[in-house]
Ligand binder design. Structure first.
Ligand code: 13P
Ligand code: SF4
Length: 297
């Protein structure tokens, strides 16, 4: 199946991008694995004709927003993000009418229509840089309240919250962390900024998924407790076979991130199904917010 995918990618001048939470067999066949920011940057720069996105819907939409001349394939179009579904353009418009005028910073984990109403996008890797880049003392940050609280703790800006969250990161409890620390007393605890503040308080390191891979490879430490979706354990162990990585909790498993199979990728490339597009008026409005973010990288 992997050889078939490689042959199809070559034949069609396609590139396969995979998020760090994807299943191991997909990461093994991908041209690039990365965090949301790295994947967005690559999607903007590649000269491939087709981008096969192994991740969830908002990631494929972001690739299309940046590269509408390319065909963007999401091999399972039902792979979504529950956090992205916690905000709609209608709800955002209503909230904005209640607030004084201010910029809107929107996490890439959102629909194109929500990005279209936003000033700038951010990811977990650049949220502080993005907040500080705005010439405004306050802003609304959507949809992840945990990411927004993290940014608020690291900047002097006043950040208004949206009540969204990732169900898998939000489910991690201090008890889970204490248990993991007890089992692995020498391990460094790395947490993702989608975790709630009472978890980030306990963390030794707060990083995006690729930030965790970089941090662990540069660290002298030999063992790590990992507070993010458990798919990240595979690239961590693959990059550092001499180090140990333990999940902070096995309940941090995102079902949507595990939907795509190798067979889905073959089918999508052979039949050109799973195309993701965005209506042009929404794309143009969303592009500004995404491009402002990419320009800061
Ligand atoms: P990053 O890989 O950008 O840290 O994103 C985490 C995430 O939850 C993506 O859905
Ligand atoms: Fe969305 Fe959380 Fe799944 Fe990422 S891990 S795609 S934020 S539900």
């Amino acid at each position: 199946m992997k050889d078939k995918i490689k042959a199809l990618l070559k034949e069609k001048n396609a590139i396969l991008l995979a998020h760090n939470y994807q299943p191991p067999e997909i990461m093994d066949v991908a041209d690039l694995c990365g965090d949301s920011l790295e994947l967005s940057i690559t999607a903007a720069q590649t000269d491939a004709d087709i981008i096969v996105f192994c991740g969830v819907h908002f990631m494929a939409e972001t690739a299309y927003i940046l590269s509408p001349e390319k065909t963007v394939l999401l091999p399972r179009t039902d792979a979504g993000c529950p956090m992205a579904d916690m905000i709609t353009p209608e709800a955002l418009t209503k909230r904005l009418a209640e607030l004084p005028p201010m910029p809107v910073v929107t996490y890439v984990n959102s629909s194109a229509a929500v990005k279209a109403l936003s000033t700038i996008c951010c990811t977990s890797a650049n949220v502080i840089k993005v907040a500080n880049s705005l010439d405004a003392p306050e802003m609304l940050m959507t949809p992840d309240r945990n990411l927004a609280l993290y940014a608020a703790s690291k900047t002097s800006k006043k950040i208004h919250l949206w009540d969204g969250y990732c169900p898998f990161h939000n489910a991690l409890t201090p008890d889970d962390v204490h248990l993991a620390r007890k089992a692995h007393p020498d391990a460094v605890f790395m947490a993702h900024p989608e975790c709630p503040p009472n978890i980030l308080e306990l963390a030794d390191v707060i990083q995006s998924t690729s930030g965790m891979i970089r941090y662990a490879s540069e660290s002298k430490a030999k063992s790590f407790i990992v507070g993010t979706e458990i798919g990240i354990l595979y690239p961590l162990k693959k990059a550092m076979p001499d180090k140990q990585f333990f999940p902070a909790s096995l309940k941090m498993e995102c079902r949507d991130m595990k939907k795509i199979t190798l067979a889905d990728i073959v089918n999508s490339l052979e039949t050109m199904t799973g195309k993701v597009t965005v209506p042009e008026d929404i794309r143009i409005a969303a592009l500004q917010a995404v491009q402002r973010m990419v320009a800061l990288a």
